[in-house]
Design a protein around this ligand. Structure first.
Ligand code: S3P
Length: 452
């Protein structure tokens, strides 16, 4: 289980250019949803390209605990024999979702309208994260929950025996909350309506439609209004998971900041609700191109080509872009530190409740590496030092957060002195091949730490 092992210190240092092809793993969001919707369909769903990171493995185990037959065939091929909407069995033991907020929140939604109980827990990072944002709307369906103070895990959810449909306006921009409500709505009679003021990633909606649910999504003055007709029979699907833009962000950004680099990152999902980072990088002057754009499995896909970009310039990132790049602010702040001028990231307070408080984690680590930072509750400002301008030479705390670990390891590839992270272990949650993939491109990582 992620975060349960001994810490894995790691150091990265400046070496030659990064060159070659980076085959990043499958999309984490789509992988979770493939397993969960596969478990709620009647019959066998086949999945290729599933992310075999710990977060997704934990969701696969959870789906088995709820009665689905989940089989691994090797090389990212999986199958799920689903039990149908409303067919979940009561798990015999505690569901441990490890490090995964997506896993626990979506699964809570999926079971909340079945007459069963389940107790959820996770690692030290997940046990700190707010669950009230999901249990509040699930209570409207008739589910009850008993958790620790602030609704934190461990938490027992008692599913509604006779669920009612819900109309719910999501109070924070969160695809996890939206998805939990939609998945709960599957086993409620009538129409469940979710309204989101800011559009967040729409993989759940796309996949529900693919599985045969009746769902509409319309833009209105209130925001996006999603209407789901409950109690459909979901038809099993064949799903090819596109590769994860949030993982692609690391080799792409590393190539932009390491002199002489030229890296191809093929088959990346470019759903507009996910691709905000790439727009931002191009505005900063990144030499980043999309080759071979096409559609695969209902999602736009392209090959990304990133080359060392010389002097990029700091910009003000529009706050309404935040949902489409919410997981990419840590690596963007690394690129910002090596750009010229300041990069202003506003409207980012959701970063405070991710696997770690990502504003704080990036601010402290960048400062330790010699970068000037300004922050408030909802804002991160990075004062760029230009290409090659970051001193480095620090050991950065990662707080069980995979994206913080990968971001600082990328920084070390372009800073004057090496950069360490106290624990690279959590990287396995989303990008288990990060180290060999980056090393094959020319990165130099060592499994030791420079002194804190
Ligand atoms: C995710 C949604 C985002 C994101 C997370 C994955 C998803 O979280 O940060 O990594 O798969 O729905 P929020 O919806 O809480 O913003």
């Amino acid at each position: 289980m992620s975060g349960h092992g001994a810490p894995v210190p790691m150091t990265s240092r400046k070496a030659g250019p990064l060159t070659g092809t980076a085959d990043v793993p499958g999309d984490k969001s789509i992988s979770h949803r493939s397993l969960i919707l596969g478990a709620m369909a009647v019959g066998e769903t086949k999945i290729t390209g599933l992310l075999e990171g710990q977060d997704v493995i934990d969701t696969a185990k959870a789906m088995r605990a709820f009665g689905a037959e989940v089989t691994e065939h090797g090389g990212g091929d999986w199958s799920v024999h689903g039990v149908g909407v409303g067919g979940f069995a009561e798990p015999e033991s505690v569901i441990d979702c490890g490090n995964s907020g997506t896993g626990v929140r979506l699964i809570m939604g999926a079971m909340a309208t079945s007459p069963i109980n389940a107790t959820f827990t996770g690692d030290a990072s997940l046990r700190k994260r707010p669950m009230g944002r999901v249990t509040d709307p699930l209570a409207l369906f008739g589910a009850t929950s008993h958790g620790r103070a602030g609704g934190r895990l461990p938490l027992t959810l008692v599913g509604a025996a006779a669920a009612v449909p819900v109309r719910y306006t999501v109070p924070v921009p969160s695809a996890q909350v939206k998805s939990a409500v939609l998945l709960a709505g599957l086993n409620a009679p009538g129409e469940t309506v979710v309204i989101e003021a800011e559009a967040t990633r729409d993989h759940t909606e796309r996949m529900l439609a693919g599985f045969g649910a009746t769902l509409t999504s319309e833009d209105s003055p209130e925001g996006r209004v999603i209407t789901l007709t409950g109690q459909p029979e979901l038809r099993p699907q064949t799903i090819a998971v596109p590769r994860d833009p949030s993982s692609a962000a690391f080799p792409v950004c590393a190539a932009l900041i390491v002199e002489g680099s030229d890296v191809l990152v093929p088959n990346i999902g470019l759903n507009p609700t996910r691709a905000g980072l790439f727009t931002t990088l191009r505005e900063m002057g990144a030499d980043l191109t999309f080759e071979n754009p096409r559609e695969e499995g209902g999602e736009p896909v392209a090959d990304l080509r990133a080359r060392f970009s010389g002097t990029m310039k700091g910009i003000e990132v529009p706050s309404d872009r935040a949902p489409s790049m919410i997981d990419e602010y840590p690596i963007l702040s690394v690129v910002a530190a090596l750009s010229q001028g300041k990069t202003v990231m506003r409207g980012v307070k959701e970063l405070r409740v991710k696997e770690s408080d990502r504003i704080d984690a990036m601010a402290r680590g960048l400062e330790a590496c010699g970068v000037r930072i300004e922050e408030d509750e909802d804002t991160l400002i990075v004062h760029g030092m230009g290409p090659g301008g970051v001193p480095g030479g620090a050991n950065c705390a990662t707080h069980l957060d995979h994206r913080i670990a990968m971001s600082f390891l990328c920084l070390g590839l372009a800073s004057q002195r090496p950069v360490s992270v106290d624990d690279a272990g959590p990287i396995t949650t989303s990008f288990p091949v990060f180290e060999p993939l980056m090393t094959a491109l020319g990165a130099v990582f060592e499994t030791t730490s420079i002194p804190a």
